[in-house]
Design a protein around this ligand. Structure first.
Ligand SMILES: Cc1cc2nc3c(=O)[nH]c(=O)nc-3n(C[C@H](O)[C@H](O)[C@H](O)COP(=O)(O)OP(=O)(O)OC[C@H]3O[C@@H](n4cnc5c(N)ncnc54)[C@H](O)[C@@H]3O)c2cc1C
Length: 424
């Protein structure tokens, strides 16, 4: 009874646009619509806006990928690329740089074209967007979750939040996906979009670390190794080899190389046993590596094997490698290591064994797959082709992409384009 009465409470204000969700795409969309003179209300479930944005890039925020050629950039968005030329021609990487740098947030570009705020603080990105919304006179209702979206005759008629019904001519849905739900992204938008008649591809963790069962990996938690090669196998059949940086965690493996292979791994796991081998010396063949170890052994004859692991393997790997030495004791004097034992070490360094048991869940995912197919969106405006006064942005869209700033660029592009194209 109380609920029914509450749901009848209407605000007297009618907005031009209501933005649901105060994450990356919602904030830029709201700011842009407001800057163009629209009366905007942004409703956010959390007390503070941009909770996920604050943890992006390990707190540094990989804000975009500085690939200025749109065709080259869009090659990273798989099958979605043909749909994205129009929105990216309105607001692409160049415009992202201009947007933030003109608001006193200079950016720097690191390897793999990854751009970050010079301050290296994701919080500064949040503040820039809050200032943008403030100067655009956006009203914000935070600490209030949207509970219901009402629609009739192919249009949204109102949203209920905190027992109050808010109404607008247009709505921007920016509630994000399912990764790191503690930030507020609990997938509410997917359910509403299905109810509104959209086809929503079931989400699954996409850019996500993998779980492995090997004690040697767990022993290296928190360490990283660069320039290695990892080769993946499904039931013993070679599937893929990649070179790069690997991060060891309490549960398994992470880092861009692994995160960006997670989608493939997920498919393989459905088909059988997935294993991998890490080559610590991909630029050396067996003979060259054997000669390299022989030289180091000759220089350290009277030391114990455990004390020269740091010299024969990449720095920081020793606590993991001691788990893999088999019959070769770490206490062995280097001068007494036999030729076959040295060869064992060479083979080991060329192929450290990993058994992959699973992907980590949404709580560890950077991005979750799934959402609304771009066939159902007019990507010139980000307007739904099914609900005439609804715009959809950010992680609610079914767009595959790797890590490296491509996700946030999608948020800036889709949010800005939605905010720019609100119909009167
Ligand atoms: C750990 C981590 C690191 C990442 N690092 C990077 C990176 O460095 N670079 C990069 O490009 N991408 C990165 N990403 C991905 C990027 O953060 C997301 O793509 C992006 O934040 C999605 O923005 P969004 O606007 O779609 O939604 P979100 O940022 O998820 O925001 C959605 C908002 O909607 C609110 N909301 C949800 N339901 C309701 C409701 N019912 N009522 C009201 N409000 C609601 C939520 O509270 C939330 O604030 C990272 C992701 C994670 C998890």
């Amino acid at each position: 009874m109380i609920l029914i009465m509450k749901s009848r409470v209407h605000t007297n204000t009618k907005y031009d646009v209501i933005v649901i969700g105060g994450g990356a795409s919602g904030m830029i969309a709201a700011g842009r619509a407001g800057a163009l003179g629209k009366k905007v209300l942004l409703i956010e479930k959390n007390k503070t806006l941009g909770q996920k944005l604050k943890i992006t890039g390990g707190g540094r925020c990989n804000i975009t990928n500085a690939t200025y050629d749109t065709r080259a950039l869009l090659a990273n968005y798989g099958g979605a690329a043909p749909y994205l030329f129009s929105p990216f021609s309105q607001f692409g990487v160049k415009e992202t740089f201009e947007f933030f740098e003109s608001r006193k947030l200079p950016l720097v570009v690191e390897e793999r074209n990854r751009a970050f705020p010079k301050s290296m603080k994701a919080l500064d990105v949040v503040h820039t967007l809050l200032d943008y919304m403030k100067s655009s006179k956006v009203s914000v209702k935070s600490g209030t979750a949207v509970e219901k979206i009402s629609h009739e005759k192919g249009r949204i008629s109102g949203v209920r939040a905190g027992g109050v019904v808010y109404e607008a001519e247009n709505y921007i849905l920016a509630t994000g996906g399912l990764s790191h739900p503690e930030t507020g992204s609990t997938g509410d938008g997917f359910g509403w979009l299905s109810d509104l008649g959209h086809t929503v591809k079931k989400p699954s963790p996409s850019i996500v670390p993998v779980q492995v069962s090997d004690a040697w990996v767990h022993a290296l938690a928190g360490r990283a190794v660069d320039g290695v090669q990892i080769t993946f196998f499904l039931d013993g059949k070679k599937m893929l080899a990649k070179k790069g940086r690997i991060l060891f965690t309490h549960f398994g493996l992470s880092g861009p190389l692994v995160l960006n292979t997670a989608k493939d791994i997920s498919g393989w796991l459905a088909g059988g046993k997935v294993s991998a081998f890490i080559d610590l010396y991909p630029t050396m063949d067996i003979g060259t590596l054997d000669a390299h170890l022989t030289k180091i052994f000759d220089q350290n004859k009277n030391k114990l094997l455990k004390n020269i692991l740091k010299d024969i393997a990449p720095l920081g790997m020793a606590p993991g490698l001691v788990h893999l030495l088999g019959n070769l004791s770490p206490e062995t004097k280097v001068h007494s290591i036999r030729k076959d034992e040295r060869r064992f070490l060479v083979d080991l360094f060329k192929a450290l064994p990993v058994s992959i048991t699973n992907l980590m869940g949404y709580d560890r995912a950077v991005v979750a797959d799934g959402g609304v197919h771009l066939d159902e969106i007019d990507t010139k405006t980000m307007r739904s082709k099914i609900i005439s006064n609804l715009y959809i942005t950010g992680d609610l869209l079914d767009i595959n992409r790797p890590s490296g700033g491509y996700s946030l660029q999608l948020c800036w592009t889709t949010g800005f384009v939605a905010g720019s194209n609100i119909q009167n």
